[in-house]
Design a protein around this ligand. Sequence first.
Ligand code: AP5
Ligand code: MG
Length: 237
Amino acid sequence: MADATADPGASGGLQGLGRAVILLGPPGAGKGTQAQRITQRYRVPHLSTGDMFRDNIRRGTPLGLQAKPLMERGELVPDEIVLGMVEDRIAQPDCWTGFLFDGFPRTLAQAAALDQICGRRKLGRTIVLYMAVEQASLMRRLTGRRICKAGGHIYNIYDRPPRRDGICDEDGSELIHRPDDTEAVIKERFAAYDAQTLPLVDYYRVRGVLSSVDAMADADAVTASIRKILDGAIAAQ
Ligand code: AP5
Ligand code: MG
C-alpha cells in the first residue's frame, strides 16, 4: 500500500506535544486510516477503543465478553467499561507524553472524564480533529472495508483494493470483513453516533479546541489537512 505520509525526516513531535489528540467522526469517516498515518509520522501511540475491544473479544477476556454483544448490535459499550480500559492504557509509559485517540471519547460523559484526566496529568490543550463526511458515502466505505488480520491495515474493495484479492499488501495476511460492517448494524452505529457522539462536536467547539477536516476528500488530502493542523500546533508551542 503506497503511503504518502512516509517521511524519513518525520520528528517525534506529537510525543513532545504532551497532549491528547482526538479523531472525532462517524463510523467510516477514516479515523483508523488516518490514525495509522499520524502514528507513523509523529510516533505517538494510537489508541483505538474499537481495536482494544476487538482484541479483548479475540482473547476471550471478561471485557471482551461484555463488549461483544453490544458491538454486534452496533450499540456503544457503557462508559464505565470504556473509561476503565482507557485509564489503564494511558497509564502505560508510552502514553506519558501524549497519545492519539481514535473512537474515544464517544459520549459527553467520556469527554468530561477525559478532560479531568488530562487536567490531573497536566497535559497540554487537547486537539480535536473533526472528520466531517456526508452520511451517503459512509455506507459504501463500510460495506467495502476489509482489514488485515495481522496488522490491522485498512483496505476498501471499491476504492482502495489490495493488489491480490483478500491478501494484505503489507504483510501478506488474510483480509477480513468486520462483523459489524453489515448494512443493518451500520445503521444502528449511525444512530448511536447521531444520538450520543455528535453532541461532542459542540462540546469541543465551545471549548475552542475543535478543528474541522474535510474527510470527504481522498485519504492523502485528508492526511495533508491533518498534518497542517498538527504541525501548526507543534510550531506554536
Ligand atoms: P470503532 O472500531 O471505533 O468503529 P467506528 O467508530 O464505527 O469507526 P470505524 O472503525 O468503522 O470507521 P473509521 O472512521 O475508523 O474508518 P476507516 O479508517 O476504517 O468502534 C466499534 C464499536 O466498538 C462501536 O460500535 C462500539 O460498540 C464500540 N466502541 C468503541 N469505542 C467506544 C467508545 N469510546 N465508547 C463506547 N463504545 C465504543 O475507513 C473506513 C473505510 O473507508 C475503509 O475501507 C477505508 O479504506 C475507507 N476510507 C478511509 N478514508 C477514506 C477517504 N478519505 N476516502 C474514501 N475512502 C476512505
Ligand atoms: Mg476504525
